[in-house]
Design a protein around this ligand. Structure first.
Ligand SMILES: Cc1ncc(COP(=O)(O)O)c(C=O)c1O
Length: 366
């Protein structure tokens, strides 16, 4: 482990200021995840050289991976997604519960038989690349999206777990994930399933997202933005919506699918559950039958639905599409509870107001 005096050493080979790109302005269009910043962090794991090597922050550029690397053939790839937030017009920069991402990254790696990145190494690397790229962090409603990734590097197409790995982090400026703030249409997927108990739905691995693409194409063809996944055994119980967890509002009661092993345990999900309870909503983690959901929309008992995740924060669902049937939720209006929770969460993330649960981690300037 590259430690000295209890501190990780991180090498920096930074571009001179005059060679750096100009970050976008808040009023610019910033398509999600498309603009990479000037630098990235790379840290390799090499058992022949004693394990984790010294992390390096280097100019953003392609790197070489041989065509026979394990990542290309047997899918040893896991990733994370978190954000850095700037308190308006100040130099205060925060991460939000990054230790949760560090832990999930370990769990994802273990599920795919990979060498996990130690949580303290992950946290230090995330803080360091954010500090280097802080000029790219625009204030609310923008942020810096952070994408830590781990890939298996061993060469040769024989089937086995890689012994050597590359951990890298790229970051990109982000604004709202969906172009419209008016709520999303969601397509109920009845053909494919995303995950099964005992599978890798709990892991954040690229393979899950590849296998979800045909359903996303069907959703788009039906005029929806996202896919609603049902459970893999009964094909009855609601699991997730695209790359978000899902919540159903029954007036003062919020119901969300319990984590059964095939659902990604979202950091936003767990934060909203806590925040909602703090705000005196009742939150139930339970099984939600899709037929009941549709009936409750019809009867008006179900007042709001929203997806939640790091990228989009809270996305109100204004329509469920089931084959040829379209079910409007809440008269296709964005609901009050969704917006109340969104504001509470965003205030916390951007450093406004108290932080009773100690979720913010301030990143020190360079
Ligand atoms: C499948 C899936 N579910 C849920 C989430 C939400 O997780 P988080 O709140 O940690 O971003 C994500 C996003 O990472 C996801 O990809």
């Amino acid at each position: 482990m590259p430690q000295s005096n209890g501190q990780f050493r991180i090498l920096k080979n930074l571009l001179p200021k005059h060679k750096r790109k100009t970050p976008p302005q808040l009023q610019d269009e910033i398509p999600f995840g498309r603009t990479q910043t000037d630098h990235m962090l790379i840290c390799d794991y090499n058992p022949q050289k004693g394990g984790w090597q010294t992390p390096e922050i280097v100019p953003y550029s392609p790197f070489e991976v041989t065509p026979d690397a394990v990542v290309f053939h047997y899918g040893q790839e896991v990733f994370e997604g978190l954000k850095a937030y700037r308190k308006s017009a100040s130099d205060e920069i925060f991460l939000f519960r990054p230790e949760q991402n560090a832990r999930r990254f370990v769990n994802s790696a273990l599920r795919l038989g990979m060498q996990p990145v130690p949580e303290d190494l992950f946290l230090r690397c995330v803080q360091e690349i954010v500090a280097v790229e802080q000029d790219w962090i625009l204030p609310s409603p923008a942020s810096l999206y952070i994408r830590p990734t781990l890939i298996g590097l061993d060469t040769g197409v024989s089937y086995r777990a890689s012994l050597s790995y590359r951990f890298f982090i790229i970051v990109s400026p982000a604004k709202n994930y969906y172009s419209r703030e008016t709520g999303i249409s969601v397509y109920i997927e009845r053909e494919h399933v995303r995950a099964v108990p005992g599978g890798c739905g709990e892991a954040k691995c690229g393979g899950n997202y590849a296998a979800a693409l045909p359903a996303l194409q069907r959703a788009r063809a039906a005029g929806s933005e996202q896919v609603l996944w049902l459970d893999g055994i009964n094909r009855t119980f609601v699991e997730e919506v695209g790359a978000m967890n899902i919540m159903f509002v029954y007036d003062n009661v919020i119901r969300t699918p319990a984590l059964t092993g095939s659902i990604l345990p979202g950091v936003t999900r767990s934060s909203i559950i806590q925040l909602a309870r703090d705000l005196r909503y009742t939150v139930e983690e339970c099984r939600l039958n899709i037929s009941d959901v549709l009936n409750d929309i019809q009867s008006g008992k179900l007042t709001e639905i929203f997806g939640c995740g790091t990228a989009a924060v809270i996305s109100p669902v204004i329509e469920l599409v089931d084959g040829s049937q379209r079910h409007e939720v809440n008269g296709a209006q964005i609901g009050k509870v969704s917006m109340h929770l969104k504001k509470s969460l965003i205030d916390l993330q951007f450093g406004r107001g108290a932080d009773p649960h100690g979720w913010r981690l301030q990143v020190s300037a360079q």
